[in-house]
Design a protein around this ligand. Structure first.
Ligand SMILES: Cc1cc2nc3c(=O)[nH]c(=O)nc-3n(C[C@H](O)[C@H](O)[C@H](O)COP(=O)(O)OP(=O)(O)OC[C@H]3O[C@@H](n4cnc5c(N)ncnc54)[C@H](O)[C@@H]3O)c2cc1C
Length: 379
């Protein structure tokens, strides 16, 4: 039976982007539990590229990912992966000082951000409720992402470079014998010299199968709905809207309006489903801040955003098992950071050091290392 250099477990954006970087340089098999790739978090995102309100590390990863998505390598995709959207941040009257502070912060990394009069904000999003909003700023540095094309682009090139991609292969047990891992699946065992953990919400569960204690990566459920908007409004040209404290946001999505109550409820890893209360909150926030009539909710869904306790990504070999590599904990930015994070991961995995281009930005391996979490009392 073939012994692969690498078994990547998890076929979301993390596994796909890692396979893209490493296939052709190592023999690689990618094992995805579901019948299709991207079924969990990757297929349920808001598809937004913005570095607004990201922590500093994620902001740097976003910056370092932008060029790849704006001008992907030849053959990666036949559609643009980024489409300008822009973003409006709105605040109620009691929050104006905080709005100004947020404006100053966003402007440091997005210098074209500008304060708007209420009239200007209403021009951009005519169905906003004027008596709800006391102030607003506009950040043009926000794009819609073509998530499915990004995912398929990574996988197509990985496959071309020899990656063996297997869907419908849930890994149920991991055994290490003579330096080789045996990963059990219903279709039979797969042998590999190293494991890359791109299992998303299941990252700690996969580690447990390999005999490693958890790092404390916790999935958090987030809900979204889409609603119809009267035809008089031109959604194509409208920015997304975020409430200042991110208690909710909405944005155009395929001819409808996507609304999220920005919930973050800790959850077990699972096929996340929307709870009625969160759906009701989404509708409530939209009714509170806009004049839109909500007649029907055309679609509702929930997905999991998985965070380490310190909210930084988890990338690197596990100090307890030198054959076990983590690429997890991407929280709410796993797609937009995937170009740079996978480049970083591949540098560590293949060369033992991050790529110089990324190290120069000031990113440090210790920031992402699994070992930093083992030292925490809450892990
Ligand atoms: C509502 C919502 C909005 C979001 N908005 C954005 C956004 O605007 N921009 C952005 O960049 N990010 C956003 N995100 C976050 C983004 O979706 C995630 O960070 C990203 O998808 C995580 O990718 P992943 O590959 O780690 O996880 P997943 O896509 O969940 O992939 C993990 C895969 O591992 C598989 N797996 C698990 N265990 C096993 C096993 N034992 N054997 C085999 N396979 C296994 C699972 O089946 C799954 O397919 C959002 C997320 C949500 C939920």
């Amino acid at each position: 039976m073939e012994i692969f250099d690498v078994a990547v477990v998890g076929g979301g954006i993390a596994g796909a982007s890692f396979a893209y970087r490493v296939a052709g340089r190592r023999s690689l098999v990618l094992l995805e539990a579901e019948a299709q790739v991207g079924y969990h978090s990757t297929g349920r995102s808001a598809a937004e590229f913005s570095r607004q309100f990201q922590n500093e590390t994620t902001g740097l990863l976003a910056d370092a990912s932008f060029d790849f998505l704006a001008a992907p390598p030849a053959g990666f995709a036949d559609v643009p992966l980024l489409t300008p959207r822009g973003n409006l941040v709105i605040a109620t009257g009691d929050r104006l000082p905080q709005l100004d502070a947020a404006f100053q912060e966003v402007r440091q990394t997005s210098p074209d951000t500008r304060m708007l009069s209420l009239d200007e904000a209403m021009d951009m999003v005519p169905f906003l409720r004027r008596d709800y909003m006391a102030g607003a700023f506009y950040d043009p540095a926000c794009w819609d992402m073509e998530v499915e094309s990004i995912l398929q682009g990574y996988l197509r090139i990985a496959r071309r470079n020899g990656a063996d991609l297997r869907t419908g292969h849930p890994v149920s047990a991991v055994v290490r014998e003579n330096g080789i891992y045996r990963l059990d699946t219903p279709q039979g065992p797969v042998l590999a010299r190293t494991i890359v953990n791109t299992a998303g919400a299941w990252a700690d569960r996969l580690a447990a199968m390999a005999g490693l204690g958890p790092l404390g990566i916790v999935p958090h459920r987030r809900t979204a709905i889409t609603v119809d908007v009267p035809a008089e409004y031109d959604l194509a040209r409208m920015p997304g809207v975020n409430e200042l404290d991110e208690s909710f946001y909405f944005k155009p999505e395929a001819g409808k309006l996507m609304v999220s109550p920005a919930d973050a409820t800790p959850s077990d890893p699972c096929d996340a489903q929307p709870e009625d209360l969160d759906v009701a909150y989404a509708a409530h926030f939209l009714e509170q801040s806009t004049t839109l009539p909500i007649r029907t909710i055309s679609h509702k869904w929930a997905g999991l955003r998985s965070f380490a306790p310190d909210k930084h990504q988890v990338v690197g070999f596990d100090s307890r098992d030198p054959g076990f590599f983590w690429l997890a904990g991407q929280g709410g930015s796993g797609i937009l950071t995937s170009p740079a994070l996978s480049e970083w991961a591949a540098g560590l995995f293949l060369d033992g050091a991050p790529p110089a281009r990324l190290a120069r930005l000031g990113l440090q391996p210790t920031l992402f290392s699994p070992a930093r979490l083992l030292a925490r009392p809450d892990t």
